[in-house]
Structure formats: C-alpha cells, structure tokens
Design a protein around this ligand. Sequence first.
Ligand SMILES: [Zn+2]
Length: 377
Amino acid sequence: MSTALELTRDLISRASVSPTDAGCQPLMAARLEAVGFEVENLRFGPVDNFWAKHGRERPVFCFAGHTDVVPSGPTDDWRTDPFTPVIAGGMLYGRGAADMKSGLAAMVMATEQFVRSHPDHRGTIAYLITSDEEGPSVDGTRRVVEVLRDRHEAIDWCLVGEPSSEKVLGDTIKIGRRGSLSGRLTVHGVQGHIAYPQFADNPVHALAPALAELTSMTWDQGNEHFQPTTFQISNISAGTGAPNVIPGELKARFNLRFSTEQSVERLQATVEAVLTKHRVKHTLEWFVSGLPFLTAPGGALSNAACRAVREQLGLDPNLSTGGGTSDGRFIAPMGAQVIELGVVNDTIHKVNECVRVADIERLAQVYFRTLELLLAS
Ligand SMILES: [Zn+2]
C-alpha cells in the first residue's frame, strides 16, 4: 500500500486537463475496490465520473471531488514540468498538487485506514468523483446527482476535498458558498458618422450612467455567514474598429456573487430596473451557475470536522462561505450537509502550484478522524 504522498504523485503525473481524467479515476477506484467498495462508472459525454459505496445503510457520508485540473499555461513559466511531480524545500510541485489531487489521495488513504480498522462501521461511505469541475460542470457532479435523485439515493453528509485552507492546513472550513448569476447584455444603438451624432445613437453613452449606478450601489449588507453581494463586469466591447464611427451595438458580460439575502428574481429585477430607468435599449440573457447554500454550524458534519481539526492539527478552524463556487452547490440541494476541507489554496490555478508535503498525510489523519467521529460503530 503506497502512502498518500505517492498516490498524489501518481495522480499529478496523469495530465488530466479538464475534462480529461487521464486514468486518475481508475487509480482511485482500484484502491477503493481493494477494500470492498462497489464502484460504478458514470460517463456522460466527454466526462468521466464515478460513484462508489461501502455499506448500504444511512447515514451516508460522501467524499466529493474532481480529478481534472486547469491547464498549466506556458510550461516555460514553470520552474518544473507541471505534470512531473517534484519535491523541493518540503513542497510538492505540479498542476493539481493543491487543487485537488492531494485531497483525493488523502481521502483514499483515510478511507483505507478506516475500513480496515472499522470493518463493521455504521452507515455508508460513498465517493462522488468527477473529471469536469474546472470546465463547464454540465456532465459532471450535476449529472451524477440527477442519477442519484432518480434512484432515491441519499447523501447525508458530504465532505468536498477542495483546498479550503488559507494560510495553514485546517485554518478554514467552507460551510457554504455564495450564489453566482451571470448576464450577457446587448445594448442596441444606431451606427453613424462620429461627426454627426444627431443621426446616430451611441450605445456606449447609453450604458455608461446605468453602469455607474450598478457598480456603485450597495446590493445588501450580507449577513452573519455571507459577504455582501457584489456586481462585476467581466467583458465589455463595442466599436467597429474605425475611429470615425459611432458603434451600433455594445456587448457586455457581468456576474453577481450573491448572499442568501438575495434571490435570483430580485437581482434580475434590480438590474432590469436600473437599465430601464436610464432608458437603455437592450436584450439580456441570464445564466444561474449556482444558488447560495449554507450548512449552518452546529450540525453533525461540521462539528465532527472541527473536532478532527482541533485534535489532529491543534487549531480552531474558521467557518467561511467566501471564495468561488464548487460542486457542493449541486450536492447541497439533495438535502445534504456540505462542507469543504482541504489543503492550503494560495497557489491553485497558478504556475508552480504546490502543496506542503507534510500536509497530505496530516489531511488524511483529519479525514480519518472525521470518519471515526461520524461512522465508527
Ligand atoms: Zn478544485
């Protein structure tokens, strides 16, 4: 049986750029089958997923995560090859080292150790693993959750092994995420000669005051668990390329990260009201990429994880809902308590991504203790 470090290295050396799995999941599945798991492969489109279970009863504890990684970018920018795991100065380098192959390895190690020491544990240990978390996230966790819902399979507690820690391992556990709502806006004007603005209608000028209002307004104050809602423009374009032409159209894309103080309908109505007030002729398409969710502190899962961190790492984790979305957004609506607990995230998606070598084994011990607290009979 190899160590969590060796398994992390094996996973990094498989270049699983989203949505490719590149053999990561078979590696995990073989280890789980060897300790008695039933593994079911669920491939949708180009995406590999698996669902695995040990036990048949509730409560169901599920480890969730992804084998895919973001592209490395130009490899010349890296000090080492992104898909060759290299240890230097106590750190393991490679794409996915932190996000989240060390997390996957820690889960597998913790599970092997737990199933061996508690062969008759109560409840079920499950795995929901996808190769499409970093991509469009359509054929990944979302689809697997649909399958599980159709079969009336439950998840009571879900631990997502995403890199949640900020400065040191275990300092932060995510207990929810903000929602994410995107808009694709087209402002319709009338193209014309720049010297004859009276015969044109400039969509840039039409949008500017509305944009000033949208970007400066206070949407809400947030609440005990969530930061205030924010509005950000990600792209804006207009113009024909010629310096003497008023453009006939403007396209903009924006995103709102929102707290549980808001609803999608209310956000949409507010944006529409501001555009209408400033008489912006427009069409607007909306995309909801995730609703906010919260696993209120005090539940069995967050209590067990906090206690495991305290015992194994000697610190009191901060419970947070900050940061981007994760696949927890698809699992929480099943009625599951969902938390994210993993390694330090300061290098994720960057060049020279790395993880502290010692943290991989320590994370495995935190996961092991969490399993003990919840499922030891
Ligand atoms: Zn991730």
